[in-house]
Design a protein around this ligand. Structure first.
Ligand code: FAD
Length: 287
């Protein structure tokens, strides 16, 4: 069991990992080996102390070097669920599960709003992970909405199980050739059904289906962590970055504005210190 599971490899997650390492904690950093598309997106950053006019790419390289020099490896994973199990947390990814005494959520902010019905039908036909749930749809009709080419492999895997896949790429240049994949370029507006998902309503058409895979980099925190208190899509935190779930902390853009590197790094540091304090409390004090 890990002392802490850090989810997200942006500025906040990297900062949390560096502090946990300095404090000698046993942790895993889950995310992307490429860190965060937002880190490298900035043309020129002028408000990060000590690094005037650094480019986003330059900052990313500096963070990667820093992780490497401290012996911290990123474990590539897309987290699909975080479950409070009493005294610990179970974190599910696209293929594995991790157990931790604490969790730091540093998943950034989702720019796309959830589709109507997404949260209502989560676990009843809506899934975020082909590896985790694909087998449930053997011989069935599914819709796979994808925000990035990185998920095309998952769509191909789904097509090897399902009778038919309606593939909805929300980006340009997607090309999947399996016979049972039909590519549709349209915007999902709502997921509808009764006890389970029955159809997806798009801007220009409606597709009947047994399940919907929403393959995207960022999942709304409330969907990722059942029971987590959020406000306006952001995780509600106290000054010590604690959330309403004991042992679960949050840092960076996911906790709200301003969306800035310096704030993300600062909160990652605070969250890591709060984890250390939490771990040192006796079980009685935690209650
Ligand atoms: C074009 C652009 C320019 C900017 N310029 C500036 C600037 O000049 N100055 C400034 O201060 N800020 C700037 N920002 C904002 C800055 O990029 C963010 O505030 C900062 O990256 C937030 O860090 P974060 O760690 O909270 O989130 P992010 O950098 O968004 O990182 C979150 C990470 O978590 C990952 N993740 C999400 N969900 C999951 C999951 N379920 N499982 C695993 N991983 C997951 C994401 O893929 C991502 O890698 C800019 C942003 C953009 C887009």
């Amino acid at each position: 069991m890990y002392d802490c599971i850090v989810i997200g490899t942006g500025a906040a997650g990297v900062s949390a990992a560096l502090t946990l390492k300095a404090r000698g904690k046993n942790f895993v950093l889950l995310g992307s080996k490429n860190l965060s598309s937002k880190i490298e997106a900035a043309e020129e950053i002028n408000n990060y102390p000590g690094l005037p006019a650094i480019s986003g790419k330059g900052l990313k390289a500096a963070l990667l070097n820093h992780l490497q020099s401290c012996g911290i490896a990123v474990t590539p994973a897309q987290v699909t669920g975080v479950y409070a199990m009493g005294e610990s947390f179970s974190v599910l990814t696209d293929g594995q599960s991790y157990e931790g005494k604490t969790v730091i959520l540093a998943t950034g902010v989702e720019s796309v709003k959830p589709v109507a019905g997404e949260l209502e039908f989560l676990g009843r036909g809506v899934s975020y992970c082909a590896t985790c749930d694909g087998l449930l749809y053997k011989g069935k009709k599914i819709v796979a909405v994808s925000t990035s080419p990185a998920f095309e492999e998952e769509v191909e895997y789904l097509s090897s199980l399902a009778s038919s896949v309606v593939f909805v790429p929300l980006y340009k240049g997607a090309k999947l050739s399996a016979q049972n994949i039909q590519t549709v370029r349209d915007m999902p507006r709502a997921i509808e059904g009764d006890m389970r998902v029955r159809r997806v309503v798009f801007a220009k058409q409606t597709v009947e289906c047994d399940g919907v895979f929403l393959l995207k980099e960022a999942i709304a925190p409330s969907a990722l962590v059942p029971g987590l208190k959020t406000e306006g899509g952001h995780v509600s935190v106290s000054r010590d970055c604690s959330t309403n779930l004991k042992g679960l902390f949050a840092a960076g853009d996911c906790t709200g504005r301003p969306y800035q590197y310096a704030k993300a790094v600062g909160e990652g540091n605070v969250a890591a210190h709060s984890v250390c304090e939490f771990l040192s409390l006796s079980d009685k004090d935690k209650k």
